[in-house]
Design a protein around this ligand. Structure first.
Ligand code: ATP
Length: 701
């Protein structure tokens, strides 16, 4: 079945963009014929037999971040001092950390003894010290489980998807051909100065950014003016800049050349670029970041999130108010509900619209366009009969036209092309093509089961009339199949560390002490703060580490698998005097259309827009909670503040894709970080946790 893009209502989970990740990770088995969505792809090499594949794969060499302008904070000093202290086993004992700290960890088998010439693994970060002899200030306030610093496994069990194509040793890939500075090829002065403001004067492009500078700025060479790229690199490697720079530069250049398409309707917004993200939190952060890049370049960025329920009637929001909000780069509290109230009010041009795919569909087709096709429990009686079969729903007026869209970015492409959600993403892409007068074939149900052999003859590869950029940090085999089949001309740009944890992230395995898991997590938090206190030269006891505000406490991000667990742990920690934010997909605080609920945890953008909260304006500054507990909901794309140096994974991750994204909220952009994976080392269930441990080791670079 193939049909042209139309306003056909979707049949699957298109209606829950804000819950998308929660559904993705907490729902039951996939319903479509895609290959596994959680197994990482084995190869990134284009495999589009018989489909005239022109796509290529290019891998960047390894490089490191340069961040001269990043302010040197006390917390960083404290972190380094703490690490040193732990490495050396505390001031009173040097080098004790190399010793195993329990009999169960000592080499005792004959094979262990044979390996004795090899370098000893560094087992313990908790030093083996005689607690009694230590001055009280250095005593751990509470017992914690055994901590093991994980090292990379010798025989990795995660395939590097790039190894089939490239030898990835640093020597094997030439650094010569890639730009090593943001000024080559020439960036617009205004964009360059923003980059320097944000990253510092000596910042160098990351591998994925160098690839973007090389390929995304060069003019297209084929028949088509439109191109497609995949940007694939590990978490925190700067993909946002890699796609924003070429897109913003092109939008501005088109404007300067006087070739901006005319608005087709005075009433409707007509964005020239769409940035699609899976959650409203990520949309909001991306739009704030894009705006910070545009401080010196006049382009308008708007975030529109469906989760932003208007706090007042939309009729009261006049077009001039909305326009002035757009002009002043302030996203209104109505949460980007930019609906022009009367045809006489001309819509101001918006250059970049950032939101979830289903929100764009709603703005394009009108609010309620898919309403009739949802189940309405209030219409069903106790016998399962629909008591209001003729119920009519009014579809709202369209708010935007897609006719001017020249760029589409699909951020977190593995989520937005996930089997459950790809339909709405593809429908939107097809709608843009239709709006631009170049309709493409749209097949609601995809069957990719035959991708390993010759393609099914019925598959028509869509030729989208706009530039398309897909970004991702993980490529599950489902995405690899989809790309092979539907994007044979996709240029694949990848960093060599793809599917690995950031190299600055230390991975630890913490064994549960017994049955009191919440208590173990509490003790580990206290230990983190106790180490902070020691590093800051303070006396610290179990209780004082919580109440003492004289030193900077690290922030801790905790991931659980279930919302109920998040709430339970949040309640427990509150009772124990540790203020925290427990955030699930259904939390009340989430649906406000802003990121204020994450203030203090999300990275501050230039100008501090992200952290300026209406509530806090003028009010006395209160200390933010230092612990955020959540599910995988917040594991995608969000750029957390560098002061989040600790990520705790409380429940065994369901799969390694999930783990990579959760762990990757720390250790970003070359910053130090630590991910602590909790698990059992003995007793029932220990086998499963050992398996998790060995899988985690395979991801360490
Ligand atoms: N060249 C650079 N040098 C130093 N820092 C950089 C550079 N490029 C980006 N950064 C910083 O790195 C951080 C992470 O960037 P970004 O959020 O774009 O990563 P990402 O690859 O999209 O991560 P994820 O896969 O988790 O979404 C940001 O704070 C950004 O400011």
């Amino acid at each position: 079945m193939s049909l042209l893009a139309s306003s056909r209502p979707l049949t699957k989970a298109h209606h829950l963009p804000t819950e998308l990740l929660a559904c993705l990770f907490h729902s039951s088995a996939p319903t479509s014929s895609f290959p596994s969505r959680t197994k990482l792809a084995k190869s990134l090499k284009p495999n589009s037999k018989g489909r005239g594949a022109t796509g290529r794969l290019e891998v960047a060499p390894r490089e490191t971040f340069t961040r001269d302008a990043v302010p040197h904070t006390e917390a960083e000093d404290a972190f380094k001092a703490r690490e040193k202290w732990m490495r050396e086993g505390g001031p009173s004992r040097k080098r004790t950390s190399e010793r195993p700290n329990s009999s169960s960890e000592r080499p005792n088998s004959s094979s262990d003894r044979q390996r004795s010439n090899r370098p000893r693994p560094q087992f313990a970060t908790k030093p083996r010290v005689d607690e009694e002899k230590l001055p009280s200030v250095l005593k751990l306030p509470d017992p914690t489980g055994t901590t093991e610093v994980l090292k990379p496994s010798r025989r990795p069990r995660v395939n590097n998807p790039l190894s089939e194509e490239f030898e990835l040793s640093p020597k094997a890939v030439s650094t010569q051909q890639l730009p090593s500075e943001f000024s080559s090829p020439p960036l617009m002065e205004s964009l360059l100065s923003s980059i320097m403001d944000i990253l510092g004067p000596n910042a160098r492009p990351t591998p994925i950014q160098a690839l973007s500078l090389k390929h995304l700025f060069s003019p297209s060479q084929g028949d088509s003016q439109w191109r497609q790229f995949l940007l694939a690199s590990e978490t925190g490697s700067g993909k946002s800049i890699a796609y924003l720079l070429p897109m913003l530069q092109d939008l501005k250049q088109t404007e300067l050349d006087g070739t901006v398409p005319r608005l087709t309707s005075k009433r409707l917004m007509a964005p020239r670029a769409l940035v699609l993200a899976p959650t409203h939190e990520l949309s909001r952060q991306l739009s704030v970041f894009a705006k910070s890049l545009l401080h010196n370049t006049k382009l308008r960025v708007l975030c529109a999130s469906r989760a932003n329920a208007p706090t007042q009637s939309r009729r009261h929001v006049t077009a001039s108010k909305m326009a002035s909000d757009i002009d002043s780069d302030i996203v209104p509290e109505e949460g980007g509900e930019f609906i022009v109230s009367s045809p006489s009010n001309a819509a101001k041009p918006v250059d970049v619209l950032v939101c979830t795919p289903s929100r764009v569909l709603e703005m394009e087709k009108g609010r309620g366009w898919d309403y009739e096709h949802k189940e309405h429990p209030e219409d069903i009686d106790e016998n399962g009969r629909n008591i209001r079969p003729n119920r009519k729903f009014t579809v709202g007026p369209p708010e935007i036209t897609l006719a001017n869209v020249d760029w589409v970015v699909v951020d977190e492409a593995d989520v937005l092309f996930d089997p459950d959600f790809q339909e709405s993403t593809r429908l939107l892409l097809a709608d843009i093509a239709t709006a631009k007068g170049k309709p493409v074939a749209f097949t609601p149900e995809l069957n990719l089961s035959s991708t390993t052999t010759e393609p099914a003859p019925s598959i028509e590869v869509p030729k989208y009339p706009f530039n398309l950029i897909l970004t991702t940090a993980t490529i599950p085999s489902s995405l690899a199949s989809y790309l092979d089949t539907y994007h044979p001309s996709l240029m694949r740009l990848a960093s060599p560390n793809l599917h690995k944890l950031p190299s600055t992230l230390q991975t630890e395995y913490e064994s549960w002490t017994g049955g009191r898991r919440n208590k173990d997590v509490e003790n580990r938090i206290r230990r983190v703060w106790w180490e902070d206190a020691i590093a800051a030269g303070r006396q610290a006891t179990s209780e004082s580490v919580i109440s003492d505000t004289s030193f900077e406490k690290s922030k801790v991000l905790i991931f659980c698998n279930k919302s109920t667990k998040v709430e339970e742990l949040g309640k427990y920690l509150t009772e124990r005097g540790i203020p925290n934010i427990a955030l699930t997909s259904t939390s009340d605080s989430r649906h406000k259309g802003n990121n204020h609920h994450l203030d203090g945890f999300l990275r501050e953008c230039a100008g501090g827009q992200e952290s300026s909260s209406d509530a806090s304006a003028g009010a006395e500054k209160t200390e933010q909670p230092h612990v955020l507990i959540t599910t995988s909901l917040l594991s995608r794309g969000l750029d957390f503040s560098p002061s989040i140096k600790h990520v705790f994974i409380m429940d065994a991750p369901r799969n390694m894709v999930d783990f990579l994204h959760r762990a990757g909220r720390s250790g970003r952009a070359g910053e130090q970080g630590k991910v602590v994976v909790f698990g059992k080392s003995k007793g029932r269930g220990a086998g499963k946790d050992r398996e998790v441990k060995s899988r985690v080791k395979a991801l360490i670079s």
